[in-house]
Ligand binder design. Structure first.
Ligand code: ACO
Length: 325
């Protein structure tokens, strides 16, 4: 029996031109390049210009993904944007990108699961495709986290960056086994009782402010390693795949130490992990599609490669997806 699979057919990314080295933070905070590198693995990040919005970053990534797939905007049925830093409270950033692309049909909407947003969006795109509601879905992770930083808080503002990545998925028939190309298994989780360890202190309903990010880094770190390992093991089980069969792990890029600890717990060699955190910082929902796109540009990914992606963020929300490139 054949089944519908959500198969990746195009990938692209965009990073703002403005590169911020760690040394920049030494000019106004009690911090150092050495501390930031040693504790997080981050060396630099990109910040959007004042007039550059999340939709501009997402639009540029989307154009690059369409080019890579040799498609036009109207070949896409749906756009899902994962973001916690939308241009406006409403309309969605996705509909803004839809319009900028000149896409005159189909539908577009945003998903908010903070740093896990891209994984949640991928799982939702998969559901739209396998249920026959859309044939081609563009999943975009786009963020301007520089807009929600507290520049006096050295424990958070040195960690985040801006950027966007876009992945196009297409319905294709598969043989209903784990050799099929496309999404093979997904695993999503959340626990609202942990909201207080990572949040933004503003919101439309609460105080009509956009607010700034507040994080209990050590607590988030502990949950990250445990929960990322658990969700990766669960998705491997769901897909009936052994960890040794994975060609590439594309983790959320928050902290090199989290990436290393998780890969060690999973028994997956570091040489199979795509790492971009040193150049991008934590770009929240954009970090995974950015990393996939960079790996693709570097010709690391080959057709048929088995990819495991996992992420955790505010909520807490976490999850993973296994797909064949
Ligand atoms: N420069 C110098 N010193 C610093 C800095 C800095 N930028 N930031 C903190 N410190 C100090 C602290 O004040 C503390 O000093 P003290 O011992 O005198 O109190 C010391 O360094 C150690 O601080 P810790 O917070 O214990 O440092 P830790 O090793 O835990 O690293 C970090 C902090 C990088 C934030 C880490 O905990 C982390 O990565 N946490 C997880 C972040 C994450 O995964 N986020 C993902 C989700 S993000 C999202 O969803 C939006």
């Amino acid at each position: 029996m054949t089944v519908l699979r959500a198969v990746p057919i195009g990938i692209g990314h965009y990073l703002p031109k403005n590169i911020i080295e760690n040394s920049y933070f030494e000019t106004f905070l009690d911090t150092s390049d050495d501390w930031i590198k040693a504790r997080s693995g981050i060396e630099r990040r990109h910040f959007a210009e004042d007039n550059e919005l999340t939709s501009d970053l997402g639009f540029a990534a989307a154009k690059n993904a369409l080019k890579h797939a040799s498609l036009n905007a109207n070949d896409i049925d749906a756009i899902i944007v994962a973001t916690s830093t939308p241009d406006l409270t409403f309309p969605s950033t996705a509909t803004k990108i839809q319009h900028k692309l000149g896409m005159t049909s189909g539908f577009a909407f945003d998903i908010q699961a903070v740093c896990a947003g891209f994984v949640f969006a991928l799982a939702n795109a998969n559901a739209l495709i396998i249920s026959g509601q859309a044939k081609r879905v563009m999943v975009i992770g786009a963020e301007t986290f520089s807009r929600i930083m507290n520049w006096k808080d050295r424990s958070t503002c040195v960690l985040f960056g801006d950027g966007a990545g876009a992945l196009i998925l297409e319905a294709q028939e598969g043989d209903n086994d784990n050799q099929d190309r496309g999404i093979i298994a997904t695993d999503l989780n959340s626990d609202g009782s942990l909201a207080d360890i990572l949040y933004v202190d503003g919101g439309v309903s609460k105080n009509q402010q956009s607010g700034v990010l507040i994080m209990e880094g050590k607590e988030v770190y502990k949950h990250a390693v445990t929960k990322l390992t658990e969700t990766a093991e669960t998705v491997l089980k769901k897909a009936k795949i052994n960890h040794e069969e994975i060609d590439w792990v594309i983790p959320h890029q928050a902290n090199l130490r989290i990436i290393k600890s998780t890969s060690q717990k999973l028994g997956i060699d570091l040489s199979k992990i795509i790492v971009t955190v040193q150049s991008h910082g934590n770009t929240s929902a954009a970090s995974i599609p950015l990393a996939i796109s960079v790996a693709n540009k570097e010709k690391k990914l080959k057709k048929g490669d088995l990819l495991l992606t996992e992420a955790i963020g505010g909520g807490l929300a976490w999850g993973s997806v296994i797909f064949r490139w």
